[in-house]
Design a protein around this ligand. Structure first.
Ligand code: GLN
Length: 186
């Protein structure tokens, strides 16, 4: 297929690029609206700081390009801050970005003490995936359009909604390529 566009205005985009290199998949960093050309057939929204990413999405003009991509039903994978950008609603922040994922998401949901930790859980059919959390969100409610794929310690941290994959954790910081492979198969 085509090229994966990796949002690269802020955050952990290089780790996603390294993961795609391991899988032999083509990618392109999205820093400006003109980077989003017709070769792009899927988009990764990386971890980072969602408020900053949201501002830069608008100032670069990338917001409208990615919103149109998502509205067309094309594949998008959001990790951590990327999950926040995809959510229909945040329960502790008034901002809404793409508003595509039928879920309410809580930013920095684990607080400062428990902000960063590791665990293992399934992502749907992908069993025993290593989960890395860095001051991540979790999902506080899921609407009918989204499906829960990962739960850990009673919290929902992985969702799928058609061609949308959203994880509160960071697969790009592990050696496990399975969720990226799933994304590339969409
Ligand atoms: N805490 C960040 C935010 O709310 C997300 C953390 C991450 O992406 N590692 O934007």
């Amino acid at each position: 297929h085509g090229v994966t566009g990796i949002l690269a205005v802020q955050g952990a985009f290089a780790e996603h690029a390294a993961m795609l290199d391991r899988l032999g998949a083509q990618w392109k960093l999205l820093r400006a609206a003109e980077d989003f050309d017709e070769s792009i057939d899927r988009v990764i929204l990386p971890g980072g700081e969602s408020t900053t990413q949201g501002k830069l999405l608008h100032s670069t003009g990338l917001f409208d390009k990615i919103a149109a991509h998502i509205a067309a039903g094309k594949p998008v994978f959001g990790t951590c801050a990327g999950m926040i950008l995809l959510a229909k609603k945040l329960d502790n922040d008034d901002n809404v970005y793409f508003g595509a994922l039928d879920a309410v998401v809580r930013r920095n949901a684990y607080g400062r003490q428990l902000g960063s930790f590791a665990a293992n859980a399934d992502f749907g059919d992908i069993k025993d995936f290593p989960l890395v959390f860095i001051r991540g969100p979790f999902v506080v409610s899921v609407g009918p359009d989204a499906t829960v794929e990962t739960e850990v310690n009673g919290n929902v941290v992985g969702l799928r909604q058609g061609n949308i994959i959203a994880t509160a954790f960071h697969p790009e910081l592990t050696d496990d390529t399975r969720i990226h492979e799933l994304f590339l198969s969409l």
